[in-house]
Design a protein around this ligand. Sequence first.
Ligand SMILES: NC(=O)c1ccc[n+]([C@@H]2O[C@H](COP(=O)([O-])OP(=O)(O)OC[C@H]3O[C@@H](n4cnc5c(N)ncnc54)[C@H](O)[C@@H]3O)[C@@H](O)[C@H]2O)c1
Length: 508
Amino acid sequence: MTLQPDSKDLCIAVVGTGAMGRGIAQIAAQAGIAVLLHDAVAGAADKARDMLAATFDTLRQKGRMSDDAAREALQRLRVVERLDELAGAALVIEAIVEDLEVKRTLFRELEAIVAPDCVLATNTSSLSVTAIAAACAQPQRVVGFHFFNPVPLMKLVEVVDGVRGAPAVGDAMMALARRMGHVPVRAKDTPGFIVNHAGRGYGTEALRVLGENVAAPHVIDAVLREQAGFKLGPFELLDLTGLDVSVPVMESIYHQYFEEPRFRPSPLAAQRRVAGLLGRKTGEGWYRHVDGRQVPVPDAPVPDARPASVWISAARPDLASRARELLATLGVGAEGGERPSGTALCIVTPLGEDVSHCCARQGLDATRTVGLDLLFANERHRSLILSPLTSPASRDAAHGLLASDKARVSVLRDSAGAVAQRVVATIVNVGCDIAQQGIAAPADIDRAVTLGLGYPQGPLAWGDQLGAPVVLEVLNNLFALSGDPRYRASPWLRRRAELGVSLLIAEP
Ligand SMILES: NC(=O)c1ccc[n+]([C@@H]2O[C@H](COP(=O)([O-])OP(=O)(O)OC[C@H]3O[C@@H](n4cnc5c(N)ncnc54)[C@H](O)[C@@H]3O)[C@@H](O)[C@H]2O)c1
């Protein structure tokens, strides 16, 4: 293979010099690699080079590149008008339009031009690397090299092996990515690769929560930001991306996995897309946006009420003791008995169950019972879950009490797994199943998710932190109560939970 990732004489080509191709060319040139730039539109590659000249100049002015480094990086970029001028490249990375037939045609044309062992890489996000390679005489030299936007800042790159890809080609691309200052992860060619596959849990489960009328989008967002630690709530994220982009991706991945229930999209999102409520770009999505800024939705007022006495169910002793500790910090001691006294507010601490089910199972009066999600409650924000029968007086007393130290309280209608439990368990489960399918190594799955999606933790480490048996219990209860195969636990999760080992344990 002529692709020697560490060679100081390495020359690569980038075809398609839009947002992605330009970013890839930038980091290659900064890593000392000569780059040929080609675009089908006349003048587009020159424009990209001019933009990179300005970028290098800015970096120089900010002291992030020396004068010599900036000049030399620019000198490494050479625009070529014709495709046959790419003959000397050891690697061609395409970042052209996301269209299977156009990419297949380009690679077929390139095969007639480049050396027999030149590597052909595609930056596709959503197309099959295998399907692109299948158009080539030598599919073993075709590889996915999937960067994220903006390339210089998003340090992750997925190296994707097609079904007929040569392992040595993927190995060389891993090394090249490191030379370019990026963090490579290795994935088998499957819909969504790692990042867009692992990301299926967040939005789809949040949309299910909304579809069950558990809470409004801004409440679900606040819970997931402040209790689970996401930077953006799922509905804020959908508004930022736009439903015109998100809905087709959700539907495409779902169909590519032959209607896998874990990825089932929501009719709510599809309908709002049709209505033009796309998000920030149309001024209205799940939120209103004025001058590009999301208009905040005010919290419901905190009732000025307290319960006369509180009883905590001991059905989950670990969570019940957390509930007692929380109440103690609020200056309230819970009743001691096995059964609640006649008028006490009853608190249950469900794990993957809903409050109604807890009431039925434990023989509690649903009119004065509320649930608390103690897996995710913290000093800033708590989720209060109501049964369909919880009285307004019990609701207000519980709300007033839980907010008495100025914490935010989200009041949710009954929901198995509240909000944070079911969303995070879904994410962990999807991550586990990526590992189970052998799509990527456990450490690469977590790396891809933290760097590519910005989640607070990778799904496998997150499952370990919560406890694999706890996540399994949430999912098993969700599955039992809903009957929805979406919540069936991945064998990867169940086996490690049963064996008492980390979700990051790979198989030989
Ligand atoms: N934008 C993103 O967030 C993102 C992230 C990861 C991957 N990708 C993928 O990267 C690729 C490029 O995306 P982009 O956002 O840079 O697009 P873009 O529209 O900014 O740029 C594409 C460029 O390719 C050129 N082009 C189109 N067809 C061509 C052809 N046949 N030969 C040569 N040049 C051609 C266009 O003139 C344009 O300059 C797509 O496959 C996309 O799915 C995009």
